[in-house]
Design a protein around this ligand. Structure first.
Ligand code: ADP
Length: 610
């Protein structure tokens, strides 16, 4: 009865021995494949397998022999006239009375009715960006998409019905089988091998890193698992690049999460702080800083994560790192936010600036020494200057006496003997008389110069009053030259030495009158301006002007640009001016163009009253 049942079944049924030889089959085999049962019995079962599935029988037989089971799956068969037909094949073990496997039975059913549903599922799979592989509880591949073919290099029909382990490097296969069983026992959507590196194996044997998400699929045929496989070679490469960059950075780079836990460090960090990576990763960043910074740093960290942007840490403050031995060292730290899959992190580039600080301190010391030296030198110069002034004073003072004697006796000589000797003697007398006179003027000027500021006491000096006095003193010269003097705005009241300031104004104004251009009566404009720490003054005229090359020299004592027949004078006026201005902590200079006029300018600093 069993045999007639088998004969009339709608499925092709084979009994095959372990070597793959067909021992028995039913009449449906003729219907499906065109072979007469009596002809095919004794042949190898693989004659029904298409080229790409030649290993199907062997693989499933081995699995069954190792105690695994096989669920029905879709596959293909070749008919006698070489056409391919789709069947659902179900392999089972045939056992003898003692339970030993002595053969394999295969039941094959033509697949037709589920086609549309399947092609819908297939279409859905094709929309996925990842390689999708659907596997049954026995680890057989049930469905794949085109991405899978591309990623692993197999054609679809080389994959269907095969063990999914064909896509995994050999060294992971046995472990994978165990994991697969566990998944089916406790099926829920999750990523595979969390925290581990996973690899796929290409048809060529080449391996590549992957990320895999698993989800269970309840179907009529039982529980299946769908695996979405993503090639992460590019990402790994980018990570590798990032790591290389990190390691080659000259600074210690430390990546920290929002709670301050160290996520990543580079080799420089190990070197700088003396810890190795494992002693730092996962620990709080406060490990690497002096304990006194801890609480304030926590506050700063929280604030940084509220407003993360690339910037220096603790601008304007001295920062320190602390190494494993507890030793502190000065550092500079730049922070930048890092958006990652694990949330916002901050990367800190830490630079040891011990050397820089040392240099800075050395420079500071050198500067202090230099300042001391300059101070000392200035004091020395001041003393020397005073000595010189004293000398000039004494010399000119003492020279006056004999000169006066010479002058008076020349005067007597002139009174008594002029026109009583010959003409030559008279002219000699004239020369001596004039030279003595001129020498007296020079010595008087020199004496005046050395006297400037000798008895100085600071006073409030109203420059407007000073100017009026000077103009009154010079009234005849002003009238004679028809000079116009104007002040643009009221002049300030300054703290200074009244006599000297009067002399300064007088020298400048009388020079402007003296050095006027022919046919151009002098026009003098005086102005002043507040500047930081004092005042600046300008005395502008429309006179003969001074060539650029002489503009500095004219302030030196006895330096003149003209001879006395052209313009009267001894060349001491401007050197007086310079000395007076410097006495008031200022500077004097001239801007001028030949034949256009000159603008004498000077500054006076605000002195405290003595
Ligand atoms: P002195 O007036 O006795 O010659 P100063 O020291 O006052 O001596 O001036 C030096 C020289 O600077 C003058 O001889 C003159 O050539 C030039 N100088 C001074 N003031 C003026 C001015 N306002 N315009 C043109 N040249 C000037």
């Amino acid at each position: 009865m069993w045999s007639s049942l088998l004969q009339h079944a709608n499925d092709a049924i084979f009994a095959i021995d372990l070597s793959g030889k067909i021992l028995q089959c039913n009449s449906c085999v003729e219907k499906f494949y065109g072979y007469l049962p009596e002809n095919i019995v004794g042949s190898q079962y693989i004659i029904l397998l298409p080229e790409v599935r030649q290993k199907e029988f062997e693989n499933i037989r081995d699995n069954l022999l190792f105690g695994e089971q096989s669920a029905p799956f879709e596959t293909e068969r070749v008919t006698q006239n070489k056409s391919l037909i789709k069947v659902s094949a179900s392999y089972s073990a045939i056992r003898d009375n003692s339970g030993r496997i002595i053969g394999i039975s295969v039941i094959e059913r033509k697949v037709m009715h589920r086609k549309t549903l399947e092609s819908k599922a297939q279409a859905l799979l094709e929309t996925a960006p990842d390689a999708m592989v659907i596997v049954n509880a026995y680890g057989q591949i049930i469905l794949v998409n085109a991405q899978t073919e591309k990623l692993f290099g197999y054609a679809k029909n080389e994959l269907l019905g095969q063990d999914v382990e064909m896509l995994i490097p050999d060294r992971f296969v046995s472990r994978h089988k165990g994991h697969r069983k566990n998944f089916f026992e406790n099926a829920k959507a999750r990523t595979m091998g969390e925290g581990q590196e996973l690899f796929g194996r290409h048809k060529t044997g080449a391996e590549f890193p992957v990320e895999i998400s698993l989800s269970p699929l309840e179907t009529e045929e039982g529980l299946l698992v769908s695996a979405a496989i993503r090639d992460i070679s590019q990402r790994k490469k980018a990570e590798e690049k990032f790591r290389n960059l990190l390691e080659s950075a000259p600074d210690a780079i430390i990546i920290v999460n929002e709670s301050g836990s160290i996520q990543l460090v580079n080799a420089q960090t190990e070197k700088m702080f003396g810890y190795n990576r494992v002693e730092m990763i996962g620990y709080n960043i406060e490990l690497l800083m002096p304990v006194r910074y801890n609480s304030i740093h926590q506050v700063h960290r929280v604030n940084y994560f509220k407003n993360p942007k690339a910037r220096k840490m603790g601008e304007g403050f001295d920062l320190h790192g602390r190494d494993k031995s507890g030793k502190e060292f000065p550092v500079e730290i730049s922070l930048s936010p890092l958006e990652t899959e694990d949330g916002l992190l901050v990367s800190a580039a830490v630079r040891d600036i011990s050397e820089k600080k040392k240099l800075e301190n050395q420079i500071k010391e050198i500067n202090i020494n230099l300042e001391k030296k300059v101070h000392q030198r200035t004091e020395e110069l001041e003393t020397k200057n005073k000595e010189l002034e004293q000398f000039a004073y004494v010399a000119s003072h003492d020279l006056q006496e004999p000169l006066r004697t010479i002058s008076s006796f020349v005067g007597f000589l002139k009174e008594e003997y002029y026109r009583k000797m010959d003409d030559i003697a008279d002219s000699y007398l004239d020369y001596i008389f004039h030279a003595a006179d001129r020498m007296q003027t020079l010595i008087k000027d020199l004496l005046d110069y050395s006297r400037i500021g000798r008895m100085r006491v600071l006073h409030e000096v109203d420059c407007n009053t000073v100017l009026s006095q000077v103009m009154a003193d010079l009234s005849s010269a002003i009238e004679e030259a028809n000079a116009k003097i104007s002040v643009t705005e009221a002049l300030p009241v300054v703290n200074g030495y009244p006599t000297e300031i009067k002399q300064l104004f007088q020298n400048l104004i009388s020079n402007s009158i003296k050095f006027h251009r022919d046919n151009a009566p002098p026009v003098i404009t005086i102005s002043s301006q507040k500047i930081p720490g004092g005042w600046s003054f300008s005395f502008r005229d429309n006179g003969i002007g001074i060539e650029q090359q002489h503009q500095e020299r004219i302030f030196i004592i006895f330096q003149r640009l003209h001879n006395r027949t052209q313009y009267e004078g001894s060349g001491i006026g401007l050197s007086h001016c310079k000395k007076i201005v410097e006495l008031h902590g200022g500077k004097i200079w001239v801007e001028s163009q030949l034949d256009k006029g000159s603008n004498f300018q000077f500054t006076i600093s605000e002195k405290e009253k003595e």
